[in-house]
Design a protein. Structure first.
Length: 251
């Protein structure tokens, strides 16, 4: 039983597939893993929630497509040439594998689906930057990570738990990596997984410091207070900045 729900948006418009800015397509499942991934994705309701969020919040000038496909293809990624987000079916199973090493199966399923939601919103962020010609000062990958977290924290049922699951996925991936990074990783467009983990925790903390008092306790005591202040400031700054480009007029 998944806890996915689309709360927090109090707009007058209602969700309508026919008028959606998102075209959803499932390609043929070529393996048993593809079928398992497809089943988990469909049963979770993650796509319906994602489409609702995009339709209400993202001011796209052109519709985007989300295509789930065979495990033989790369991804997830956004292709600006055809305004398409591509997600392999097995992506959600790979995420479930990481969570399964630490949690029960129901919790692992939920963690995987929350990771998928963060990824969908991340890729939709790339699409929004490209579609609206949004200026990005710094790494675009970091910017759209932040957007995904801001949206989840503010517009999902239990958005805090969902965002923490997405953060944990970065932590699990970091733990599974080697002791040293390759030079290509230092030169890459993504921050390191452990940096993405702490950046996401930072936004969760900043969104509600009283509720999340112990969330940053992995940070050394001498730096903790300053980091807590920084996270609170960072959250509010990013919330305000991203809402310059989103449709939520209540912010």
């Amino acid at each position: 039983m998944f806890r996915y729900g689309y709360a927090g948006l109090l707009f007058a418009s209602s969700f309508c597939w026919a008028e959606s800015l998102v075209n959803l397509d499932y390609e043929k499942r070529n393996s048993e893993e593809d079928k398992q991934g497809y089943q988990l994705i469909v049963e979770s309701g993650v796509n319906e929630t994602f489409i609702s969020l995009v339709d209400e919040l993202f001011p796209f000038k052109h519709p985007i497509s989300v295509i789930y496909g065979s495990s033989s293809d790369d991804g997830p990624y956004y292709d600006p040439e055809i305004h398409t987000i591509y997600i392999p079916y097995v992506f959600v199973l790979e995420a479930k594998h990481y969570f399964s090493e630490h949690r029960s199966e129901p919790d692992a399923n939920q963690g995987a689906v929350d990771t998928l939601m963060h990824t969908l919103l991340h890729e939709a962020g790339h699409a929004l930057v490209e579609d609206n010609a949004i200026p990005v000062l710094g790494k675009e990958e970091d910017a759209v990570d932040n957007l995904a977290s801001i949206v989840m924290l503010n517009y999902l049922d239990e958005g805090q738990n969902a965002t923490l699951n997405a953060a944990d996925m970065f932590d699990y991936e970091s733990e599974s990596g080697g002791e040293y990074y390759d030079y290509a990783e230092y030169a890459g467009v993504h921050s390191f997984d452990l940096q993405r983990y702490f950046a996401t925790l930072c936004l969760v903390y900043g969104s509600d410091p009283k509720e999340n008092q112990g969330l940053l306790d992995e940070i050394e005591d001498e730096y903790l207070a300053d980091q807590q202040d920084t996270c609170e400031e960072t959250y509010h700054q990013l919330y305000e900045n991203w809402h310059r480009y989103l449709n939520d007029s209540s912010s």
